[in-house]
Design a protein around this ligand. Sequence first.
Ligand code: SAM
Length: 440
Amino acid sequence: MILFHSPPLCYTVRMKLPEAFLNRMRHQLGGAFPAYLDAMAQSPQRALRVNTLKITPDALLALLGIQPEPCGVIPEGFFVPEGFTPGKHPLHAAGLFYMQEPSAQLPASLLDLQPGEAVLDLCAAPGGKSGQIAAYLQNTGLLVANEVVPSRATVLQRTLERLGARNAIVTSLRPDALCQALAGGFDAVLADAPCSGEGMFRREPQAVCDWSEAHVAACAGRQRAILESAALALRPGGRLVYSTCTFSPEENEQTVEAFLQAHPDFSMSGMHRLYPHTSAGEGQFAAVLHRGGIGTARTEAPNGRPVREWEAFCRDAMAYAPRQVVRLLPDGRVFLLPDRIPPAMDRLRVLNAGVLAGEIKNGRFQPAHALFLAYERTAFQSAVELDGAALSAYLAGEAIPCAVGGSGFAAVCAQGYPIGFGKLTGGMLKNHLPKGLRMR
Ligand code: SAM
C-alpha cells in the first residue's frame, strides 16, 4: 500500500491506492510509472469549459475579469485560477460556463460534429459532454441525451437547461431499449461508459474505495453491452466515440478490439489515452469508430399546433416569437421542439424535449425557468439587471424592490445574461427562481 498525502486545501483524506492497481499500472506504464506517481501526488487542477452556445471565450473571460491558462485540449477549456469560486458566480447560473476537468473535454470534440447533425449521448449525466455537444451543434439538429439512472437524469436535464440547449431531448432509458427504438437514428453517438474510474482517483476518494479487480471485470462486461447498443443507434457512415475515465486495458482497448472483431462493418480511425502525467487533467480513454456504408439519420420534422395561450404570452412578454414548433402536452406543459426529432419519440418516455416554455394552468400561461435560460436578453420585452446585494438576494429566492416601471414577466439578468425571471408588480419583482436552484 502506497500513501499519498493530498494537499490540505483540496482533500482531507490520505489517498491509499490498492497494491493490485499499482502493480497493474507499473506493468502498463513501465518507465513512466514514477512520473504517474508524481502526478498523483499533486492536487488536481480545476477547469471550466466556456459555453460557446451563449458566449465566446474572450467575452466570458472579460466578464469574469480573469486571464486563465488554456487547458490545451479544446480551445474553449481553461484552468480556473486559485481563489476563484466559479460554481457560485452568477455567470455560472447564467449558463455561460461548465466546470469540466480538462481530459473530459476530449471525447465530445472527437465526434467532429457539424451543425444540423443528429447526435446521441448514451450515458450522459451529469451532462458535461452533452453540453459540449449542444455547443457544437449551435441549436441546430438534434441531441438525444440519455441517462439510465433517473435521479441523475434530473441533474442532466438541469445542466442542459442552464446551458441553454434548445435542441436536446432528455430520456432515462436502458441503452438497449433506447437504441433498439432509435436504431439507425444518429449521425454520431457518444458512449461515455460507466467505468472503474481509475482516472477519478485524485478527485474522488470513493473511486479508490470502490476499486477491485472484480469491479474492473464487471465494468468491462457492462461496457461491451453499452457499445453494442451504441452501434445499433448509428446510421451507416456515422461516427461513434467510445470513452472512459479509466486506465485498465480490459475496459478500453480490449472492449474496442472485441467490438471491432464482432462488427466488420466498423473501423477505428484513432485511439487516445490521456494520463495525469502526460496531459492536463485526470485521464481519459477515447476511441473513434466509423460505421461503413452510406445512410442518413432517421429523424423527422416535428409537428405541432398553434397554442393560443403561448401566442398571447409571446405578444405580451417576448420581443419575438421563437421559431420552433410548439407542442402542448395533455398535462398543460408547452414545449418548443428541436428542428428534428426521432420518429419513435412519442412512444418513448421523454423527460424533456427542446425548451420547456411553460405550463397552462387555469387557462393562463405560466412561463418556465428554462425559457429564460434558453434565449438571450433581447428575446424578452422586459429585463431587470441586478448586481451586488440585489443579485445575491434574487439568487437566494427573495423578492426584490424594483424601481423599473411596468408589470408582468421580466428576465432577470446578471452582466447582461438571463439567470432566471420574475414578475414585476407594485414596485416589486416577485421571485420565480426554482426552489432547487436557490443559493442560501
Ligand atoms: N458523459 C457524462 C458527462 O460528461 O457528464 C458522464 C457519464 S459517466 C462516465 C457514466 C454514466 O453512465 C453515469 O451517469 C451512470 O449513471 C451511467 N450508467 C450507469 N450504469 C449504466 C448502464 N448500465 N448503462 C448505461 N449507463 C449507465
